[in-house]
Each structure stands twice: as structure tokens, then as C-alpha cells.
Design a protein around this ligand. Structure first.
Ligand code: PMP
Length: 363
């Protein structure tokens, strides 16, 4: 059996140690004689797995006590609607500010418009999402119910290097593709959410970290399952939670804590990203990353080849070399290397060597 280096954007690579642990516990988790997949979510064993996962995440991210951590389903995409449904009434204006900086913020905006009086405080679409606004460009409405943004855009590969300052208006962040990549000050956010399938664990789990005072403002017409209050009051077990994904996420949190936590991750991630961008920039134009240097993502690195006729051979040869899933998103083409926490530095080194060799042979 040979594992490849998987550069997919999500579902994405998981730490080998986590997969091995899951394998070892597959048939009999800790003397229970069953897989975590088969256990009641209300049983003692699963409840202890769930509680440990939450406690470890709180330690990893330094989540303050006045925030709830919710383990939900529906993907980050469901949050695009749940956010306005739950937070619209935080102010009497019924208005919300959104930053449109890529494919995923665009989707959040489209969904938000169905519920709130939505104002775009930034829109980088004219740059084809290759730039980001600076703090000085952002003029927020002090009467807005909340501000929504996407700190890392998975497709264009742009990432904010700062947290927008929104005063007393709660800041809501879609951290799907950057959560756990570095330390963040959770207290600067009203709410953080993420689909799990990049840096957290398997698809099917959606993490929500929300400040207590933002819970309980949904209109009476909001269905129970779409109300944060329901999940907060029931420890994310109002209905059957995504129990196996929750368990794997817990193994990932434990693994990160055992390996130096988020500051160590940041150090490694920065190094991995810098060397990959350096290889692209140093290729004499054979490869090109279209993103503004200040907006480059540590997690998703898109690059184009000097001639798109080379895309097919690049993909075929890289696949043969054990470098999987490098095709760019269908909306932008070219290549994209997603280098999440679980992508070993050796994987980035192997990609760089392959790119240099390929450029030499096709240059
Ligand atoms: N936001 C971002 C930044 C994403 O990268 C993705 C998925 N790639 C989504 C939202 C949508 O997530 P989901 O598929 O979990 O709904």
C-alpha cells in the first residue's frame, strides 16, 4: 500500500496517525466491542469522546468560556442561511455588512440577500478575486446586525493577513479552509464556522463557535434545526449528531495538541507556503500565482502554467509521481495545491522537485 501526497481542497488529507488510530479502534473502541460508528450518541462512551473533543478544541484555539462550540451538520453552506436567520435581529436595522472576496463569500452573499438588507463593504470580483481590501478600505455600518467575511478563499487562494476591526458589530467568519492553521484570537469574533473536511476531519461535520449573547435571537418562524439555541441547549445532541466525524475530529484535535498546537502549525504552514511560492516565483514565468503577494493563502496555492496545453501532461505526470488532486477548481483552471495542516512538509518538497523537473523538461 502506498499513500500519495493528496493536494485536494476538501475532503482532504488527514494525519496518518489519526487514520491508524481509527483503524485500530474500528472494530472495538476501547473495550466496548463496537465501532464508534455503531454506538449510541447518548451512551457513556460516545459522550466522553464528544466532551473530550470539545475540551481539546477549546484548549487548542483558546475558546473563551462565553462561547459555545456546536458540532452540526449541513456543511458551511447551511451556515450561509443560518447566520442571517439567527443574527438578523441583533440590531433593529435588519441590515448586515458582507465582504465579497471570492467564490464562497459570493455564495454567502447570495444566501444572505434572501434574509437581510445586505450591504457589500468590499467587492474584489473586478480583480477576479486576486486582491483583498485593506482595513482602511472598509467602511462598516455601525448599525448593522453583523459583518460576514471569508478569511481564506479556497478557490482563488486569497487570505486575509488581519482581522477586520468592526467595533461593536459582531464579526462572523467562514474559516472552513483556514481554521486550525494558526492561532487566532477567538474573542475578536462573534462567530466562527467551518466545514470539517479540510483541517478538522471528515465531511459531514460543521463546526460553529458562537458567543453566548448571539444565541436566542431567531424569529419564531425559524425551524428548530436551524436555530443555534436548539443546538446550544442540547449540547449538539438535539438530534443524532455526525458522531463518527465528531470522533475523528477529536482525534485530529488530540494529534494537534500532541504536536505543538497551533503556533507550531503556523510555523510549519508558513514555511511550507513560503517555499512553494518561492518555487513558483523563481520559475522564470513557467509557473505563475495570480494573487497579490500580500493576499496569498498559506492553505490553497493556485498556479497556472505558461501554456495551458501543458496542463494535461502536468496532471498526468504528477499523478504518476504520487502527487494527487492538483487540478485547479473548474471555475479557474490551472493547478491548485491545497497544503493543509496534514500535508507533510515532505509532500511540499516532493511537489517542488516535481515542478522544477517538469519545467526543465517542458521549458
Ligand atoms: N466556505 C469555504 C471557504 C469553502 O472552502 C467551502 C467548501 N469548499 C464552503 C464554504 C462550503 O462548504 P460545505 O461544502 O461544507 O458546505
Amino acid at each position: 500500500m502506498a499513500r500519495v501526497f493528496n493536494f485536494g481542497a476538501g475532503p482532504a488529507v488527514l494525519p496518518v496517525e489519526v487514520l491508524e488510530r481509527a483503524q485500530a479502534e474500528m472494530l472495538d473502541c476501547d473495550g466496548t466491542g463496537m465501532s464508534v460508528m455503531e454506538m449510541s450518541h447518548r451512551g457513556k462512551k460516545f459522550v466522553s469522546i464528544a466532551e473530550k473533543a470539545e475540551a481539546d478544541l477549546r484548549t487548542l484555539m483558546g475558546v473563551p468560556d462565553n462561547y459555545k462550540v456546536l458540532f452540526l451538520q449541513g456543511g458551511a453552506s447551511s451556515q450561509f442561511a443560518m447566520i442571517p436567520m439567527n443574527l438578523k435581529a441583533l440590531s433593529s436595522s435588519g441590515a448586515a455588512d458582507y465582504l465579497n472576496t471570492g467564490h464562497w463569500s459570493e455564495k454567502a452573499v447570495a444566501e444572505g440577500k434572501r434574509f437581510v438588507d445586505l450591504n457589500l463593504v468590499a467587492d474584489t470580483k473586478p480583480s477576479k478575486y486576486t486582491t483583498l481590501p485593506s482595513q482602511g478600505d472598509l467602511k462598516f455600518n455601525p448599525d448593522a446586525s453583523y459583518v460576514h467575511y471569508t478569511p481564506n478563499e479556497t478557490i482563488a487562494g486569497v487570505e486575509f493577513g488581519y482581522i477586520p476591526e468592526t467595533g461593536s458589530v459582531p464579526l462572523v467568519a467562514d474559516m472552513s479552509s483556514t481554521i486550525l492553521s494558526r492561532p487566532v484570537d477567538v474573542s475578536k469574533f462573534g462567530m466562527i464556522y467551518a466545514g470539517a473536511q479540510k483541517n478538522i476531519g471528515p465531511a459531514g461535520l460543521t463546526l460553529v463557535i458562537i458567543r453566548d449573547d448571539l444565541i436566542g435571537h431567531a424569529d419564531a418562524s425559524v425551524p428548530a434545526m436551524f436555530n443555534y439555541k436548539t443546538h446550544a441547549e442540547n449540547g449538539s445532541m438535539y438530534n443524532t449528531p455526525p458522531s463518527y466525524a465528531w470522533y475523528i475530529a477529536g482525534l485530529v484535535f488530540e494529534h494537534l495538541l500532541a504536536n505543538g498546537g497551533l503556533s507550531k502549525m503556523a510555523e510549519i504552514n508558513e514555511r511550507k507556503a513560503k517555499k512553494l511560492y518561492a518555487a513558483i516565483d523563481g520559475s522564470d514565468g513557467f509557473y505563475r500565482n495570480p494573487v497579490d503577494v500580500n493576499a496569498r493563502s498559506w492553505m490553497n496555492v493556485p498556479f497556472i502554467l505558461k501554456d495551458d496545453a501543458l496542463d494535461k501532461p502536468f496532471l498526468a505526470e504528477s499523478e504518476k509521481a504520487g502527487l494527487a488532486a492538483l487540478a485547479g477548481h473548474r471555475s479557474v483552471g490551472g493547478m491548485r495545491a491545497s497544503i493543509y495542516n496534514a500535508m507533510p512538509e515532505a509532500g511540499v518538497d516532493a511537489l517542488i522537485s516535481f515542478m522544477q523537473d517538469f519545467a526543465q523538461r517542458h521549458g
